[in-house]
Design a protein around this ligand. Structure first.
Ligand SMILES: Cc1cc2nc3c(=O)[nH]c(=O)nc-3n(C[C@H](O)[C@H](O)[C@H](O)COP(=O)(O)OP(=O)(O)OC[C@H]3O[C@@H](n4cnc5c(N)ncnc54)[C@H](O)[C@@H]3O)c2cc1C
Length: 451
C-alpha cells in the first residue's frame, strides 16, 4: 500500500494517545480475518462512514456484511476527533456551492448537513450509546473586526439562502456569555449540533452493527483488492474475503492504490488536539471562557475548542505536515503555544493528553458518496474535510442504500467523483504553501503571554 505520509501515522498496532481512549474502558479487540470467507458486501474501514454503512446494511437491508479494519473500530479519525457533531463536510463557500449545483442543490446539501446531525442523535438514542457531552449549539468566534463583518454577512446569507436564523453577538456581549478569549471581536451562534465523546460513538456503532449481524474484523488491513468474476477479492495478511460489492470508507487513512482510482484524489491533512487537566471553576472564570457550547474561531487555520463534562478543556488546530515522532512533538509544542496565546489565563495549565490524526480533503473540495466510475460493485464514501462526525455518519448510511440498490437520494454535491489533484506528487508541499498563505491571510496571532 502506498501512503502519502510517514509510516508512524499508519501504525495501527498503537492507539493514539487520546483523552477519549484514556477515559473509556478498553473496548473488545475484534480478531483478524483468518482464512477464506464470502459475504455480500465488504466494507473497508471501521470509522463512522464504514460502521454506519454496515449497520444500515445489516440492520435495515438484511445484508450479509463484513467490515475489515486495519486497526480496531474507531482507530482512525472517528475515534480521535474533537467530537463536534456539527454542520459541515465541504471546503466551499455557500456561493461556490450554489454555482456548482444551483440554489436547489445547495439547499439539498444544507438539508443533508442538518439531517446528518439528527441522524447521529437518533443513533445514540436508538442504540443506547452514552456519548453525548453537552448542549445544542455551536459558536463561531471572530478573530478580527473584518472577520466579525464576515459573520454578519454569513448570517444574512444563511437567512437568504436557507431561511436559517442565527444569533449575532457583538464583542461587548462576549463576557456575559462566557466567550472571552484573546482577540475575539464578536460571535455567531448556530442553534444546531452537539458535542460527543467520539470514540464512545464509534464503539457504540460497532456494537450496534454487530448486534444487527455485521461481522467486524480488526487488525485486518486490506492489502489487495481485485475484481474476480463479478465479485471482488479482498486480501488481508491472514485471510481472503470474496464479496459481491465493496465500500471503501478509508477517508484520511486511504492508501494511494486501494483502489487505484483513489490515488491522487485525497489529501490527508493533520489536525492536532490537546486536553488539559481539570480546570477549577475559579480558573474558568479567570479566563472568562465558560460556555458549555462547542466553539471555533474564524481563522482560515482555525482553532476549535470546548469544555469537557469532567472539567477538562479540549483545544485543537491544524497539525504538522510531517508525521515522524519528532514532527509530532514539534506539533504538540505549537498547539500548546497557540492555546496559551488564545487563552492566556490558562497558559500554565498542563495538558494531560495530546494527539493528532488525518482529516481528508479532496480535489473537488466536497465529499463523495457513490459508485467508483468504471468499477461495477465498487463504492466509496470519503472526503469530509474538517467535519465528518455527522456527514460521514449519514454519508455511510446513504452509501448503504446505494449498495443495496434502493432508491437513495445523495445530494448532487456529493455525487460528483472528486477530480485528481493537479500534480498529485506535490500535494504535501502544496499544502505547506497553502498553510503559509492562509496564515498570512489570518494575520498574526495574539502575543504569547509572559512565562
Ligand atoms: C484530530 C481530529 C479532529 C477532528 N475533529 C472533528 C470534529 O470535531 N467534528 C467533525 O465533524 N469532524 C472532525 N474531524 C473529522 C472526522 O473525525 C472525520 O471526518 C471522520 O471521523 C471520518 O470518518 P471515516 O469513517 O470516513 O474515516 P476514519 O474514521 O478515518 O476511518 C477510516 C478507517 O479506515 C481504516 N483503513 C484505512 N485503510 C485501510 C485498509 N487498507 N484496510 C482496512 N482498513 C483501512 C483506518 O484504519 C481507519 O480506521 C476531526 C478529525 C481529526 C483527525
Amino acid at each position: 500500500m502506498r501512503r502519502l505520509y510517514e509510516a508512524p501515522a499508519y501504525d495501527t498496532a498503537r492507539w493514539p494517545t487520546s483523552h477519549w481512549r484514556a477515559s473509556l474502558p478498553a473496548p473488545p479487540e475484534r480478531p483478524p480475518l483468518r482464512g477464506f470467507f464470502r459475504c455480500e458486501v465488504a466494507v473497508i474501514g471501521a470509522g463512522y462512514a464504514g460502521l454506519n454503512a454496515a449497520l444500515a446494511l445489516a440492520g435495515r437491508h438484511g445484508t450479509d456484511v463484513a467490515v475489515l479494519e486495519a486497526g480496531q473500530p474507531g482507530w482512525g479519525a472517528s475515534g480521535r476527533n474533537g467530537g463536534f457533531c456539527c454542520l459541515g463536510g465541504a471546503r466551499l463557500s455557500h456561493r461556490q456551492i450554489v454555482s456548482r449545483v444551483g440554489a436547489g442543490g445547495a439547499r439539498d446539501f444544507r438539508d443533508f448537513q442538518h439531517r446528518a446531525i439528527e441522524h447521529v442523535a437518533e443513533l445514540l438514542a436508538e442504540h443506547d450509546i452514552d456519548a453525548r457531552q453537552g448542549p445544542v449549539g455551536e459558536v463561531v468566534l471572530a478573530h478580527s473586526r473584518r472577520a466579525y463583518a464576515g459573520l454578519l454577512a454569513e448570517a444574512a446569507e444563511l437567512k437568504s439562502l436557507y431561511g436559517e436564523t442565527v444569533e449575532i453577538l457583538p464583542g461587548a456581549a462576549l463576557a456575559e456569555r462566557g466567550l472571552l478569549g484573546q482577540g475575539f471581536c464578536g460571535a455567531l451562534l448556530e442553534p444546531v449540533g452537539f458535542p460527543i465523546q467520539p470514540l464512545a460513538y464509534a464503539e457504540g456503532l460497532a456494537r450496534a452493527a454487530e448486534t444487527a449481524g455485521a461481522r467486524i474484523f480488526g487488525a485486518s488491513p486490506v492489502i489487495a483488492l481485485a475484481a474476480e468474476g463479478g465479485s471482488w477479492r479482498l486480501s488481508t495478511p491472514e485471510g481472503t474475503l470474496l464479496a459481491r460489492r465493496v465500500l471503501v470508507a478509508t477517508n484520511g487513512y486511504s492508501s494511494e492504490d486501494l483502489p487505484a482510482w483513489i490515488g491522487g484524489r485525497t489529501l490527508p491533512a493533520q489536525s492536532a488536539v490537546l486536553v488539559t487537566r481539570k480546570l477549577t471553576a475559579a480558573e474558568k472564570r479567570a479566563q472568562g471562557f465558560t460556555t458549555p457550547l462547542m466553539s471555533y474561531d474564524t481563522r482560515e487555520l482555525l482553532h476549535y475548542f470546548r469544555h469537557l463534562p469532567d472539567g477538562r478543556f479540549m483545544f485543537g488546530m491544524r497539525g504538522g505536515s510531517r508525521t515522524t515522532a519528532e514532527a509530532e512533538r514539534a506539533t504538540a509544542l505549537r498547539v500548546r503555544d497557540e492555546f496559551a496565546r488564545l487563552f492566556p489565563a490558562w497558559a500554565g495549565v498542563e495538558a494531560t493528553s495530546e494527539w493528532s490524526g488525518f482529516v481528508c480533503l479532496t480535489g473537488s473540495r466536497a465529499p463523495f458518496v457513490g459508485q467508483v466510475p468504471g468499477a461495477p460493485g465498487l463504492f466509496a464514501a470519503f472526503g469530509w474535510h474538517g467535519n465528518g462526525v455527522a456527514p460521514a455518519s449519514l454519508g455511510g448510511q446513504l452509501a448503504a442504500g446505494l449498495i443495496a440498490g434502493l432508491p437513495t437520494t445523495v445530494p448532487a454535491l456529493l455525487r460528483r467523483p472528486p477530480r485528481r489533484f493537479p500534480m498529485p506528487a506535490l500535494r504535501r508541499p502544496m499544502l505547506r504553501a497553502l498553510y503559509v498563505l492562509r496564515g498570512m491571510a489570518d494575520g498574526p496571532l495574539p502575543p504569547a503571554p509572559p512565562r
